[in-house]
Design a protein around this ligand. Structure first.
Ligand code: FAD
Ligand code: UDP
Length: 368
């Protein structure tokens, strides 16, 4: 059998590509996925207690893009969900992103308005310009004490690097608020797929032009495949056999535990921002699904170097190495690299969907 496209990986990038090629270009697609399931890191399933859990950590869908939201809405209904995260510091819980409530509780202040918060922060912020790293971007907004308490140790645990060593883009993901808004995101669309991500992917991929092989590294069968073009969504350094060295990725060990009680945490996610606990954050999954169950399942995240590559590590040296690979990738006329691992970018799900939809347009109009 000859395919028009072979797609490596069945995460967001691979699945959106497959769906679009099948339906918009009416071409035959084979997806080769090394895991035993579709969905990539967004994969979810019911655990033995009937709780819908995300096997690769909490995935909250949020976007400002109507295009992305409308596109995914073809494959799922949604459950309105606004994510909240608390930080545990010295036994107390505080809202993150840092806001008025955080400051009043932490320092025993009585800041009453947004202007009060702004004025207070003016007295503690520093001026690190140009903004070169994840420490600069935070101390410029909240000063050193809040940086030390809320960012320094957590970042060290998560990345095994100092914030100074990481691009501003990492800690810069977390805003600072002058009001009482305790939501983690402020995007226009904040929803969870009603019956889970995996069901959404199943619907996306059920098309006569799409075949899927699971449990298979593409390399092992590549020589037996006949195809015109490849879409590659795995790690870019693996594709080139680590020719320029191994790109650093951060991995995570997830430990799941079920408790025979309705609720354990006061928010879906609690971050442990000091070094007293080895884990970085704890997620209680029932918040996402709204399931009405007697028991509840939590996951604990332990950051580590070895294991599945989950996070590209945004440092200057990794950027340099990535660009050498990117350069190589641009020489290949029949392979397209897309997604978080193939582009070595700290993308959220909606960014991957948006980029992939754009790429399809390129295929359509430029015949890449
Ligand atoms: P992946 O989902 O990684 O898919 C790549 C696929 O390729 C994988 O299934 C992999 O098994 C397969 N593959 C790799 N190599 C091979 C090979 N050699 N042969 C065959 N198959 C291969 N985003 C959000 O928007 N909101 C969140 O709350 C959020 N939380 C996150 C939490 C964690 C812990 C992590 C790690 C990520 C989170 N993300 C979140 C980011 C989100 O997971 C990614 O943006 C998205 O999954 C990227 O999709 P992708 O298809 O590029 O990559
Ligand atoms: N971060 C932090 N303290 C927090 C939350 C986040 O230091 O309480 C930093 C940390 O470096 C983290 C990054 O900000 O890796 C991005 O956080 P986010 O919650 O977006 O991480 P993700 O969900 O991608 O793991």
């Amino acid at each position: 059998m000859k395919y028009d496209y072979v797609i490596v990986g069945a995460g967001f990038a691979g699945s959106v590509m497959a769906e679009q090629i099948a339906t918009q270009l009416n071409k035959k697609v084979l997806i080769v996925e090394k895991r035993k399931h579709i969905g990539g890191n967004a994969y979810d399933e019911f655990d033995e207690y009937g709780i819908l859990v995300h096997r690769y950590g909490p995935h909250i869908f949020h976007t400002n893009s109507k295009k992305v939201f409308d596109y995914l809405s073809q494959f799922t209904e949604w459950r309105f969900y606004e994510h909240k995260v608390l930080v545990k510091l010295n036994g107390e819980l505080y809202p993150i992103p840092i806001n008025r409530i955080t400051l009043n509780k932490l320092y025993g202040l009585e800041l009453k308005s947004e202007a009060d918060v702004k004025n207070y922060l003016e007295t503690v912020i520093q001026n690190h310009f140009p903004v070169l790293n994840s420490e600069d971007i935070i101390v410029n907004q909240v000063g050193n004490d809040l940086f030390e308490k809320f960012f320094k140790q957590y970042t060290k645990k998560q990345w095994n690097l100092e914030p100074k060593e990481l691009s501003p883009q990492v800690c810069g993901r977390i805003p600072v608020r002058h009001n009482d808004d305790c939501r983690y995101f402020t995007d226009k669309y904040q929803y969870m797929p009603k019956v889970g991500y995996t069901k959404m992917f199943e619907k996306m991929l059920s098309h006569k032009n799409i075949e899927i092989i699971l449990n298979q590294d593409y390399r092992a069968i590549l020589n037996d495949l006949k195809y015109d073009k490849m879409i590659y969504t795995g790690p870019i350094d693996y594709f080139f056999d680590y020719e320029y060295g191994k790109l650093p990725y951060r991995s995570i060990r997830f430990e799941f535990e079920n408790f025979k009680t309705e609720r354990v945490q006061q928010a879906a996610v609690v971050n442990y921002n000091d070094l007293k606990k080895e884990y970085t954050r704890v997620t209680e999954y029932k918040y996402f699904s709204g399931q009405n169950k007697r028991s509840t399942t939590l996951s604990y995240e332990y950051s580590q170097i070895s294991g599945e590559p989950y996070y590209p590590v945004p440092t200057q040296s990794s950027r340099r190495m990535y660009f050498r690979y990117k350069n190589e990738s641009e020489k290949l006329k029949n392979v397209i690299f897309c997604g978080r691992l193939a582009e070595y970018q700290y993308y959220n799900m909606d960014q991957v969907v948006a980029n992939t939809l754009n790429l399809l347009n390129e295929l359509k109009y430029n015949g890449k």
